[in-house]
Ligand binder design. Structure first.
Ligand code: KG4
Ligand code: ZN
Length: 344
């Protein structure tokens, strides 16, 4: 069964063809970064306009790459939530037109579930595992028991992890998106040069949650001091010290989740999965197995949508053409009392 996946939830316009939920046949990802960079963040209006202009071409190029024709498509999967409403609507309208024209089923996909499914396109992974999703829009620690069976253990109470990288990069005038530049500068900086805070929630229902606003403010306050004459600070040292705090923040909560659940396979997704400090800290050790999908599958992509869409369609989860979009993250279970039951 060949499923065509459509992803337009944010600023990546991507379409992929995936066979039987596992084999990636072809994928195109058109990035809009250059159009958003002047604003230091994604501008929703620009994002949806670009999707509208590009999506047909992205579709045609995907079919060309695959050497496929529209008749090869057995079903259409499309991100319907969460994301920027205007961007989601472009992908969904395109997917509906395609499904209607081809006479194939359509299924709306939750983008977060799709990220957590992505590694199955490249690796053999048994359930359960802990998913760490860290990007410009998401910071989630999840217990993943099955394709659709996930429990969000922790999230951010304010900024997303990648957003914190981007904001600090903006303070340092490093351009957008800044995570990759901070990562590069940090390699020649001293992570102990400044002691920035690691803010985590420790008890209650949010005991796996993280916060980045304190860290961001701490860096901003230090920046004020850096301007005082005689104060020695380099971008490298700030980047290294910030990066250490930002990554230790999610790792602290992830380690707590490992200890509480006994689950030792960690699957990482999202743009921050490229971070070298995170990769170094999470490298396999002892019983811990860390799985990092290739970057193309870590960031937003159509393949993960097609991959999970296959399972949803097979399980009878197809939608009708009145399906809509939702900007919000919804429908997740959070553990009551703050601690998930240990999987059997
Ligand atoms: O998943 P993604 O491409 O897009 C969404 O946010 O949806 O993630 C982009 C985020 C940006 O915040 C970017 O600064 C961050 O991932 N990022 C990194 C690195 N590469 C990208 N953050 C830290 N270290 C990196 N090497
Ligand atoms: Zn995403």
């Amino acid at each position: 069964m060949t499923i065509l996946g459509v992803e337009t939830s944010c600023d990546e316009c991507s379409i992929a063809l995936v066979e039987d939920g596992r084999r990636l046949i072809a994928q195109q990802i058109a990035s809009q970064i250059e159009f958003h960079a002047p604003y230091s963040g994604v501008v929703p209006e620009i994002a949806s306009r670009k999707h509208t202009e590009w999506i047909l071409d992205v579709y045609n190029r995907t079919l060309d790459d695959a050497g496929a024709t529209p008749a090869d498509v057995d079903g259409v999967a499309v991100t319907t939530r969460p994301g920027l409403s205007g961007s989601l609507v472009v992908g969904l309208s395109f997917a509906k037109a395609l499904a209607l024209g081809l006479g194939v089923p359509i299924v709306g996909v939750n983008h977060i579930l799709a990220h957590l499914y992505a590694p199955h396109l490249e690796f053999e992974i048994d359930y359960p595992y802990l998913g760490l999703l860290v990007s410009g829009g998401h910071t989630l620690i999840c217990l993943v028991r099955g394709v659709e069976d996930i429990e969000v253990l922790g999230t951010t109470v304010d900024d997303a992890c990648g957003e914190a990288f981007d904001k600090v990069a903006k303070f340092l005038d490093l351009g957008y998106p800044g995570g990759v530049v901070i990562d590069r500068l940090a390699r020649s900086g001293d992570p102990r040069a400044f002691s920035f805070p690691v803010s985590t929630v420790k008890t209650g229902p949010g005991r796996y949650d993280v916060s980045y606003s304190g860290l961001k403010t701490a860096v901003a306050n230090q920046m004020e001091q850096f301007r005082t004459p005689g104060y020695e600070a380099t971008n490298e040292n700030i980047a290294a010290s910030f990066q250490k705090a930002a990554i230790e923040t999610v790792l602290t909560q992830l380690e707590r989740a490992v200890a509480d659940t006994g689950v030792t396979t960690i699957v990482v997704g999202g743009g921050v999965a490229a971070n070298s400090y995170l990769r170094e800290r999470l490298s396999d050790r002892g019983v811990l197995r860390a799985v990092f999908p290739s970057m193309e599958l870590c960031t937003d992509n159509g393949a993960m949508i097609a991959g999970i869409g296959y399972h949803l369609l097979r399980n009878g989860g197809g939608d009708d053409l009145s399906i809509g979009v939702s900007a919000r993250v919804e429908g997740y279970r959070r553990p009551r009392g703050g601690r998930p039951p240990r999987p059997a």
